[in-house]
Ligand binder design. Structure first.
Ligand code: Z5A
Length: 208
C-alpha cells in the first residue's frame, strides 16, 4: 500500500489557513483521496488540553517562553505519534493546520528563542519526519490582524505586539527561501478565488 501524503498550512494570523483548508479538502475529495484534517497545537484529547493552556491568557501565572516551547512539542509528539503517522502508514493523507514550521517562526523568530536549540528538540520529537508540502500563506501582519480582530476577542498569541508578528513573518519567508522544494509561498492577500487556484496548482504538482 502506498503511504499517505502530509500537507501542512502555515502563516501568520488571519492569513486564511482555515479558509483554504477547505480548498485542499475539496481537491482531495475530487481526486478520491482518503484524508484527515488536524490542527496544531491540538488534534487529540491530550493535545487539545495543551492547546487550551497555551491559548488562554492568565494574569496569575504568565507563561514563560520555555514552557510555551515545550508545550508546543508535547502536543506535537502526541498528535504525530498517535494520529498523523498511523494515518500516513495506512495510506491516508493528512492536512495539518500549522506544524513544526510554526515553532521556528513563532518561538524562534517571534520570541527570539535559540533556533539551534529548537532544532534539537524538534529532532527528538520528529526525527526525520517532514511534510511533503507546506503551503505558506503570506500576508502583511497588519492586514491579517485586522481580519483576526473582526472575528472578536483576541487569544494570548493574538495579544502580542505587531513587531512580534513582523518577526514571525520574516522568519517564515526566510525558511521558505532555504527550503523552496517543500515550502511554497502563496499570497494570502489576494482574492479568495486566486488564493484557491494557486493552491490547487500546487496540489496538481504534488500529486502529478
Ligand atoms: N503557535 C505557536 O506559537 N507555535 C507553534 O508551534 C504552533 C502554534 C503550532 C494557534 O492559534 C496559535 O498557536 C497561533 C500560533 C501559535 N497564534 N496565533 N495568533 P489558532 O489556531 O487559533 O489561530 P491561527 O492558526 O493563527 O489561525 P487564525 O487566526 O484562525 O487564522 P487563519 O486560519 O489563517 O485565518 P482564517 O480564519 O481562514 O481567516 C481569517 C478571516 O479572514 C476570516 O474571516 C476569513 O473569512 C477572512 N479571509 C480569509 N482569506 C481571505 C481573503 N483571501 N480575502 C479576504 N478575507 C479573507
Amino acid at each position: 500500500m502506498s503511504k499517505g501524503v502530509f500537507i501542512t498550512l502555515e502563516g501568520t494570523e488571519g492569513s486564511g489557513k482555515s479558509t483554504q483548508l477547505k480548498t485542499i479538502e475539496q481537491y482531495l475529495q475530487q481526486h478520491n483521496r482518503r484524508y484527515i484534517k488536524v490542527r496544531e497545537p491540538g488534534g487529540t484529547p491530550i493535545a487539545e488540553e495543551i492547546r487550551n493552556l497555551l491559548k488562554t491568557p492568565r494574569k496569575d501565572d504568565a507563561m514563560c517562553d520555555t514552557t510555551e516551547l515545550l508545550l508546543m512539542y508535547a502536543a506535537r509528539a502526541q498528535l504525530v505519534n498517535t494520529v498523523i503517522k498511523p494515518a500516513i502508514e495506512q495510506g491516508v493523507d493528512v492536512i495539518c493546520d500549522r506544524h513544526d514550521l510554526s515553532t521556528v517562526a513563532y518561538q524562534g523568530g517571534g520570541r527570539g528563542m535559540d533556533l539551534g536549540e529548537i532544532k534539537v528538540i524538534s529532532k527528538v520529537v520528529l526525527g526525520d519526519f517532514k511534510p511533503n508540502l507546506t503551503i505558506l500563506l503570506d500576508i502583511d501582519p497588519i492586514k491579517g490582524m485586522q481580519r483576526a480582530k473582526a472575528r472578536g476577542e483576541l487569544d494570548r498569541f493574538e495579544q502580542s505586539k505587531m513587531d512580534f508578528f513582523v518577526r514571525v513573518r520574516n522568519t517564515y519567508l526566510e525558511c521558505a527561501k532555504q527550503d523552496p522544494n517543500i515550502i511554497k509561498v502563496v499570497n494570502g492577500d489576494d482574492t479568495l478565488d486566486n488564493v484557491s487556484s494557486h493552491i490547487r496548482k500546487l496540489l496538481d504538482n504534488l500529486y502529478a
